[in-house]
Design a protein around this ligand. Sequence first.
Ligand code: ATP
Length: 199
Amino acid sequence: HTRIIGLTGGIGTGKTTVSNYLASQYQLPVLDADIFAREAVQTGSPILREIFERYGDRVKLPNNHLNRQALGEIIFNNTAEKRWLESKIHPYVRSRFSEELAQLDINTIVFVIPLLFEANLTHLVTEIWVVSCDRAQQIQRLQQRNGLTTAQAINRIDSQIPLAEKIAKADVALDNNSTLEKLFIQIDEALKRKDTELN
Ligand code: ATP
């Protein structure tokens, strides 16, 4: 693989919008770290067993599913427990990614990694794309889509690394403050530009 585009951003800044466009317009395969992370704790998985051993019934739903909210509350204010959980989930995400990658015979692929920087997964990709929008815009889109209060939206935004820091580390910064059309033009250009640089 020559290009592995690591697509990230802030919560609700447009990652899905960008990856859907890359898939539909350019037929690029899209892998998603969140899907692998959910798979890691699916019912009956070895990691889920370890989670139940560590935290007991308080993180268990009656049908042996994970009580995500309860687990979230445990790790939200406890760095050591958060690290423990990450030490289980991140290696799983990395190995699932490698597995999928090995099966793809295409030289450009997209890996959507919402927590690319937070989870230190930058080494998995050959270029980093950050899609961003203004804070006010981000709050508004989050409220509209998820029905959150302003305070809830702000809380989620502030639990991530500030967007400005992510943009500073990006190879490609996509500005998603305006229309979808304008976003798509930037994507077209980024794909072309990088192709030229690589050739
Ligand atoms: P999450 O982090 O929650 O997974 P995301 O980064 O994947 O979100 P999207 O789902 O692509 O973000 O976009 C968030 C919301 O904003 C969606 O409802 C989407 O339709 C809307 N949106 C994205 N870009 C634009 C735009 N340029 N104009 C208007 N609405 C937009």
